[in-house]
Write a protein that binds this ligand. Structure first.
Ligand SMILES: [Cu+2]
Length: 400
């Protein structure tokens, strides 16, 4: 604690870093403190006159497009917290989060804006957290000037020099642990002329979970668990798979994060947003035939490259790697999304039914990398017709 206290005093010193604004101060008040104003004045930084609070949304929601045509200071409040989530029926995991959700909030700004980040920490463990925005130009993407421990707040201003879709994540050491535990999200920096109009936008982020279950000695198991153990035994399952959606008895309870599993690149789960089946059934993304949809897709990794595909669709436009400056690719089936990277895909919906978001490294579907977009509407036999009704094989995870 003493060290942390010492470094807190150090961070209170005015600091001018290498980024375009690269300025940070510690404040305890909402908005800009007198100290912050003084620091900006000393550094001769002129912020845009216009100021607004960022509209923050949580997956799969996306904030509305930006209508203004002039730069603004966009105020964003980020708070680190810990939250236990049932990530699969019978399985809980203690996520480290930004603003209590995984992925963290979707932030939408415009190129030329100044992002005013207020970073706070409510994590009871005392662990420090910060934010590396891939949209920020300057050392660490802002991480070194946003580090906070419990009870602290730091404010920094970053000018958005590039448009694009960018990942942000906590980069407090060990950085991989903070990302693997859920501290990531997306920030969209719209080009000056904005994005083309679509009917619906969605926020989806792929991420891996690394962990091990607590061993429960057989004698401590409930009678029910023992019966299930027998059900899952070698003799009963043969090759040991194919018994449905529920976690196996040995894969129940609290999943404890494992750095070693991460090092071995052996994810227990791979999710589209924070849990198994988040966008399956009730949580399906919804749209209508005739609409044009856009998916802002990020890959937090920390290890895997995603082969992002929507079964039954061909992307009309792919803004590869989140590049909103170059012309998009067209008529693309699957696009690569690197760890710590993103993509923007757009497609029209011509035929009703369910479309399946997958990482086409297809075994990952069983680890959770699957979700659905439901398109409601009338049949369109001029595009898709058959001499029989649609039929689905039992146990199929990709064509419900
Ligand atoms: Cu962190």
């Amino acid at each position: 604690m003493d060290n942390r206290h010492g470094s807190w005093h150090k961070t209170r010193q005015r600091y001018i870093g290498g980024s375009i604004l690269g300025l940070v101060t510690a404040v305890s008040l909402l908005g800009i403190s007198a100290r912050a104003e003084e620091n900006l004045k000393i550094a001769n930084v002129k912020l845009p006159k216009l100021r607004e609070q960022a509209v923050l949304t949580y997956a799969p929601a996306v904030p509305p497009p930006i209508q203004r045509k002039v730069p603004a200071v966009v105020e964003v409040h980020m708070d680190s917290t810990v939250k236990t989530v049932e990530i699969k029926p019978g399985v809980t995991y203690k996520y480290w989060t930004f603003n209590g959700d995984v992925p963290g909030p979707f932030i939408r700004v415009r190129v030329g804006d100044v992002l005013e980040v207020h970073n706070t920490n409510s994590d009871q463990s005392g662990m420090p957290h910060n934010i590396d925005f891939h949209a920020v130009t300057g050392p660490g993407g802002g991480a070194p000037v946003t580090t906070v421990v419990k009870g602290e707040e730091r404010v920094a201003w970053f000018k958005m020099l590039h448009s694009g879709l960018y990942v942000y994540h906590c980069a407090a050491p060990p950085v991989m642990d903070h990302i693997a535990n859920g501290m990531f999200g997306l920030i969209l920096v719209e080009p000056g002329k904005g994005l083309s109009k679509v009917d619906r936008e969605f926020y989806v982020m792929q991420s891996e979970v690394y962990g091990r279950f607590k061993e429960v000695p057989k004698e401590e198991k409930t009678a029910e668990a023992k019966v299930e153990d027998d059900f899952w035994s070698e003799e009963n399952t043969g090759d040991g798979h194919g018994h449905g959606e529920e976690a196996k008895p040995e894969e129940r309870g609290e999943l404890i994060f494992s750095h070693q599993e991460g090092l071995d690149e052996h994810p227990k789960y791979i999710f589209f947003n924070d849990k198994y089946g988040k966008h399956v059934g009730e949580g399906m993304l919804k749209a209508k035939v005739g609409e044009k949809v856009r998916i802002f897709f990020g890959n937090a990794g920390p290890n895997m490259i995603s082969s992002f595909h929507v079964i039954g669709e061909i992307y009309d436009n792919v803004y590869r790697e989140g590049d909103l400056v170059s012309k998009p690719g067209h008529s693309i089936q699957t696009t690569l999304v690197p760890a710590g990277g993103s993509t923007v895909v757009e497609f029209g919906l011509e035929v009703p039914g369910n479309y399946t978001l997958v990482d086409h490294a297809i075994f990952r579907v069983e680890k959770g990398a699957v979700g659905f977009l439901e398109a409601a509407g009338d049949p369109n036999p001029s595009v898709y017709v058959s001499d029989q009704d649609a039929a689905v094989c039992a146990g199929c995870k990709v064509h419900p």
